[in-house]
Design a protein around this ligand. Structure first.
Ligand code: NAD
Length: 261
């Protein structure tokens, strides 16, 4: 079987893609020829410049659409405004770390809304568009924490396990069509969401930055290396390739062996 990944003519909408994994996935999909819709809740000139930079670098069409993924109507508007949506990557996510009795209710609500419910809303609008086009790929960014747990991350872990369930259901509802839905489960990737956890963990354990990385974060990751945003992008691109057409309703771990332990 010829192994080609040519996504020209497809439009990819990636939620939460003005930094980190979302931006990495957008760049890899653009490299494979897909037109790109970037998103976040901000509306700065830097956001729009990211899109024009991708357009120029990869010779695709790219634009930025502001929409707050904590708001159901804005999740739905993002897909409507995109017009086409052949590839939907539900990536937007936030984190908060606290023991359950002290976990702020508003943080719980925000994490469930952004990390889980947004994917339901975008998928609900995207599926009819994909059906009309006769092809679609939904890629949900879960986590190693969608398959395992750690203390103090109750909302994040509940949302990431939830997204695995939503992935399976979406796959079953589209199984007879040329539409697939899968979840990528990254281990630790050194992006802003992880950077923000380092100072708190340093304080909590009285450790240096290097010790937090080596002795707290990467102890779960047998490779003892961070995964990269390019690897997430490459995995997403593979899921859009002909070789992956029968892969649906499953999780792909990119975690240096975390979930093998
Ligand atoms: P990041 O902080 O760089 O990216 C998060 C993105 O979500 C940003 O673009 C941010 O602007 C966007 N976002 C946040 N709130 C939003 C909102 N209300 N509306 C729209 N966009 C919003 O972190 P990241 O590591 O790139 O995270 C991306 C995804 O990968 C998240 O779902 C995260 O849970 C998941 N993940 C990350 C890791 C890791 O180690 N970095 C591991 C497993 C899973």
């Amino acid at each position: 079987m010829a192994y080609t990944i040519d996504l020209s003519g497809k439009t990819a909408v990636i939620t939460g893609s003005n930094s980190g994994i979302g931006l990495g996935i957008a760049r890899e999909l653009a490299q494979a020829g897909a037109d790109i819709v970037l998103n976040s809740f901000t509306d700065d000139s830097a956001d729009h410049e990211l899109a024009s930079g991708i357009a120029e670098e990869f010779g695709v069409s790219a634009r930025y659409i502001q929409a707050d993924m904590s708001k159901p109507d804005q999740c739905r508007r993002l897909i409507e405004d995109a017009g086409r949506c052949d590839i939907l990557v539900n990536n937007a996510g936030i984190q908060h770390v606290a023991p359950i009795p002290e976990f702020p209710v508003e943080k719980w609500d925000a994490i469930i809304a952004i990390n889980l419910s947004s994917a339901f809303h975008t998928t609900a609008v995207a599926l009819p568009i994909m059906r009309k086009a006769g092809w679609g790929r939904v890629i949900n960014i879960s986590s190693a924490h969608g398959l395992t747990a750690s203390p103090f991350k109750a909302a994040y872990i509940a949302a990431k396990h939830g997204i695995v369930g939503l992935t399976k259901t979406t796959a079953l509802e589209t199984a007879k069509e040329d539409i697939t839905c899968n979840a990528i489960c990254p281990g630790y990737v050194l992006t802003p969401i992880v950077e923000k956890q380092i100072p708190d963990t340093m304080k909590e354990y009285g450790m240096s930055r290097e010790d937090v990385i080596e002795q707290v974060m990467l102890t779960r990751q047998p490779s003892r290396e961070f995964a990269t945003v390019e690897q997430m992008g490459g995995t997403a691109t593979f899921l859009c390739s002909p070789a992956a057409a029968q892969i649906t309703g499953t999780t792909i771990s990119v975690d240096g062996g975390w979930t093998a332990l």
